[in-house]
Design a protein around this ligand. Structure first.
Ligand code: HEC
Length: 101
């Protein structure tokens, strides 16, 4: 029985992780500080998209404290968020969809 529960859990996490969509990740975790097109507490997604790649954005979300100097900030006040790889990927692509907007 235990075995089946594991298979079931594994399958549902697989389903859900693949369904991570950038817009909902944004609304859940970033919305308080970032706006898509205008500057808020943090820079707008439009601005971020104009100068960063998917990998850079994902790296920043994973570890702002290890990246802020390389990105030209004197300090970081962005919360360290515990997102899954799929959520980081989805939100990074969502940010890049604002390139040139
Ligand atoms: C507590 C507020 C806060 C939250 C929540 C937050 N950020 Fe930030 N973010 C900032 C601030 C302020 C900066 C500017 C640099 C710094 O302080 O780290 C920043 C910087 C960034 C950068 C680097 C900008 C550049 O120069 O390219 C990225 C990428 C980023 N945030 C993405 C996100 C994403 C995606 C989320 C949600 C998953 C998020 N942030 C949630 C406040 C926040």
């Amino acid at each position: 029985m235990k075995k089946y529960i594991f298979i079931f859990l594994g399958f549902t996490t697989f389903l859900f992780s693949n369904e991570a969509d950038g817009h909902s990740v944004f609304q859940k975790y970033c919305w308080g500080c970032h706006h898509q097109t205008s500057e808020a507490f943090g820079p707008s997604f439009k601005e971020i998209a104009s100068k960063r790649s998917v990998d850079e954005i994902k790296a920043y979300i994973a570890a702002p404290e290890g990246m802020y100097e390389a990105f030209g900030y004197k300090r970081t006040v962005m919360t360290k968020l515990n997102l899954s790889e799929e959520e980081r990927d989805a939100v990074a692509r969502y940010i890049l969809s604002y390139k040139g907007k």
